[in-house]
Design a protein around this ligand. Structure first.
Ligand code: FDA
Length: 308
């Protein structure tokens, strides 16, 4: 019931300035966000790596309408990848990139600029042995993001993308992206989407997730199962086994701060578990989507504010 208003608030400038100016917010946000700068990100990566987890780092930011800001974001990725390499943490690491943070929405040549900026991030990742995965934003960007993915994969065949099971089109997208070398991170989807393009009912989204998993696990690519849902994880494990996939042929992924004990348990069981670690000052949209996913998080947030 609270999902829709919280997702609407995630895109409201007024709500953003309200939430951001509450002094106690930051310490609550820390549950989901590693910190504000590269040093924070590297520290968290080191801790997770020591616990047997892999990582994908997201420099927070989205919906940029300023070319200079998009360039600053690219530099932040380059700096972070260099810092990971300096600490011996880059090999096998991944970075997650929102194309709207690197220019996709710029009024003139947005897609072209986003492609060039994403290419620079791919070059920096390739230089240190890391990979890149394109996050997926709302459905109006899906075609553009998949188009940019295709272009990037010509030079960097290991670039991956997120597909969202709540979209009606996604089963078909999974088929198209289940070939050799393809890396697909399958999630349920975190944005407010109309009925015309997306399943609204949780059971329907779950059924779509399973159909998509079947396609990806039976395919020749590398499926990345991004979910905290124990049912989806159990089904993925079974499908991987039936398809004869070893732990090196697929992986599980969860968000930083969500079900951390389960992340460690799955890794200790011998599976590959990668944690999505966001950092940076632009945490508002990301944080609001996490609140929308789970009303208990909102209670946690409000209680955190009330006790300060
Ligand atoms: P579901 O929402 O059904 O939750 C299952 C269980 O997980 C809950 O009962 C609860 O125990 C736990 N849980 C889930 N969310 C929680 C939360 N916020 N706080 C605490 N517990 C929670 N989306 C998108 O649209 N584009 C993208 O690019 C990405 N990228 C991405 C990367 C990775 C690595 C992950 C794990 C997820 C994403 N997402 C995403 C988010 C995704 O679409 C989805 O919104 C969340 O993962 C929640 O869905 P679940 O599959 O976890 O199931």
């Amino acid at each position: 019931m609270l999902r829709a208003p919280l997702l609407a608030a995630a895109r409201s400038r007024r709500m953003r300035s309200l939430v951001e100016t509450v002094p106690a917010t930051r310490s609550v946000v820390r549950r989901f966000v590693a910190g504000s700068d590269t040093a924070d990100a590297v520290r968290v990566v080191r801790e997770l790596t020591e616990d047997g987890l892999r990582i994908t780092l997201d420099h927070l930011g989205e919906d940029t309408t300023d070319a200079a800001q998009a360039t600053t974001t690219v530099r932040a990725y380059e700096e972070m990848l260099a810092a990971l390499a300096a600490d011996g943490l880059a090999q096998g690491a991944d970075v997650s990139v929102k194309l709207s943070a690197v220019g996709q929405f710029l009024p003139v040549d947005g897609e072209k600029i986003a492609l060039e900026n994403a290419r620079r991030i791919c070059e920096a990742a390739a230089a240190v042995g890391a990979t890149v995965t394109l996050d997926m934003e709302d459905h109006t960007t899906t075609d553009s993001t998949l188009g940019i993915l295709r272009e990037l994969r010509v030079d960097f065949p290991w670039v991956g993308a997120v597909l969202q099971a709540y979209l009606r089109r996604t089963e078909q997208d999974c088929r198209e992206l289940s070939g050799e070398g393809s890396r697909v991170r399958l999630c349920k989807g975190a944005y407010a989407e109309p009925e015309t393009v997306a399943f609204q009912d949780k059971a329907e989204v779950d059924r779509s997730y399973v159909r998509c998993l079947k396609v990806l696990m039976a395919g020749k690519g590398y499926p990345m199962v991004a979910s905290h849902d124990p049912r989806m994880i159990a089904i993925a494990e079974k499908l991987a086994m039936e398809a004869g996939r070893a732990p090196s042929d697929h992986e599980f992924q969860m968000l930083y701060g969500i079900r951390p004990e389960e992340q460690r348990r799955i890794a200790a069981d011998g599976e590959t578990m990668r944690v999505y670690v966001p950092y940076g000052d632009e945490w508002y949209g990301y944080f609001m989507r996490r609140l929308a996913e789970r009303p208990a998080n909102l209670t946690f947030f409000l209680r955190g504010l009330a006790t300060r």
